[in-house]
Design a binder for this molecule. Sequence first.
Ligand SMILES: [Zn+2]
Ligand SMILES: [Zn+2]
Length: 295
Amino acid sequence: MGDITNYAIPFFLFTLLVELSISLYGKRKFYTTNDTFASLSMGIGSIVASLFSKGIKFTVFTFLYTYRIVDIPMLWWGFILLLLADDFAYYWFHRMSHRMRYFWASHVVHHSSQKYNLSTALRQTWTGEISGSFMFYAWMPLVGFEPIWILTAQSTSLIYQYWIHTEMIGKLPRRVEFIFNTPSHHRVHHGSDLKYLDMNYAGILIIWDRMFGTFIKETDTPRYGLVQNINTYNPVRIAFIEWGAVIKDVWRAPGLYNKIQYVFGPPGWSHDGSTLTTDEMKAESEKPHKTTSPT
Ligand SMILES: [Zn+2]
Ligand SMILES: [Zn+2]
């Protein structure tokens, strides 16, 4: 069975061209040339990278599957279980990708655009799988999901998440917004505004964020991108810039503890307070401000 993502590519390109035309001829400019080329290059590069990493992932999953607890058949209920399990794994993978710099170094790519449009969905990491992000799914073959079906569920999730990268869809009916990840919920996830940072990690279902305390509603229009934007459209730099920064920080950090924190601590962590983590920034903003009395 081929990867179902391949069948989705014509749909991706068609809808992207529609949105691009609306941006070109309409009032609102969702696209810029440099940014779109960078996003598309990242997308193509990630497909090339996955040619290598998929084999490794599949081999590991197949090995683990030999130790499975039960056999989950791909009947309708098995398929629903599979999607639920995959979406749960995705939530934790994604949450960790924002909370540990080792995984953030790959995931930062997806957040590096200051635009928010369908091409942003294709702005994908080249180093995620190879650096071991698939380990978040390793429990699935052990439980009894067949490896090929896990890969299919991951592709389904990726395809689902494509259409939510748009500013053209406002809010959907309340029930939909309650259960599913929507353009509104995911715009928040791409916001660099302090209140939006590290929120709405959902893949398909937003219920995980509601359950685990990471949900926030879209109120103001988010400022898209990173707290510190990388300001480059060079795809190779986008792919490796954070890895370079990690190596530099580890090299310069005094002592083993600090070196370890620069890799496995949260993004923004620093031994000298020169950069802050999301939690530190939020705590800082909640401190009572000194007011000058009018005397
Ligand atoms: Zn993210
Ligand atoms: Zn996204």
